[in-house]
Write a protein that binds this ligand. Sequence first.
Ligand code: BV8
Ligand code: ZN
Length: 247
Amino acid sequence: MRVKKPHSADGWQQARAEFRAARRPLALTGAGISVESGIPDFRGDHGLWRRFEPEQYATLEVFRREPHKAWEMYRALGEVLQGKQPNPAHRALARLEREGRLQAVITQNIDGLHQLAGSRRVVEVHGEYRHLQCLRCGRMRPLREEDYAPPAVPACHDCGAPLKPNVVLFGEWVRHMDEVGPLLESCDALLVIGTSAEVYPVADLPRQVIGNGGRVFEFNVEETTLTSLADYSFRGPCGRTLPRFVA
Ligand code: BV8
Ligand code: ZN
């Protein structure tokens, strides 16, 4: 088992020393890093997807067939995201980057909280919710207040097709993998924070780092499929464990 659960103080020291020695450290984050900012995660019991089955709502197929139905979920998600602020976990990553101890944050989140916390290099592999995109003519425009007025489906100004949020739905290609590839190739230490590692192909990234001999440091409130592969697994809310690790 590669997992050293740093319960003891020296376990934390050892983990910090290993991370400090890394030359190309990266962070990979999921919905769990934003839970302490008041944004429920997807698979937790109060998760958004208890109300909206992902296969029902967050798929390209449903958007094309029944845009009104898809927009029910988009609206619910948008309301949850309004006005939310970064928490100490987001700020800990921004500090690492400022101190030259983190190259980039690769995030599955669409909430923009990493950028709000001051992170500069953020790769949003599942898109972001502040813009709407037209799949027919490619036009992109900022999200507007009235886009949330039910039951309308916002239409493209240029070609009239229904617009979707600029997020990656199931069945759509994830973004920026051309940038993520080289980052992962050279990564020798990956912080994996607040993700169930169930959604592909992003869930493969930590396994790629391990395959290249890199170290994986997991921060999660529960065990995941990565826990047994990780070098370190910090159990607890990352709003507490990550600032402690970074200190
Ligand atoms: C694609 C959209 C190719 C916006 C999302 C193999 C290869 C390729 C594809 C597949 C494959 N196998 C299956 C697929 C299809 C599919 C897939 O992976 N399905 C899964 C369900 C099996 N993948 C795709 O469709 C992807 N596209 O591969 O394209 C293609 C092209 C054409 C035709 C066919 C295929 C697209 C995937 C992206 C989908 N869009 N979101 C939005 O609504 O956000 S996914 C959604 O899940 C979010 O992006 C979310 O970030 C992501 C992952 O979830 P997590 O972030 O991990 O969140 P989760 O709730 O699951 O977990 C939270 C964790 O935090 C938990 O572990 C919890 O314990 C922890 N936690 C909670 N609180 C805290 C905490 N930890 C620390 N502190 C706390 N306080
Ligand atoms: Zn259009």
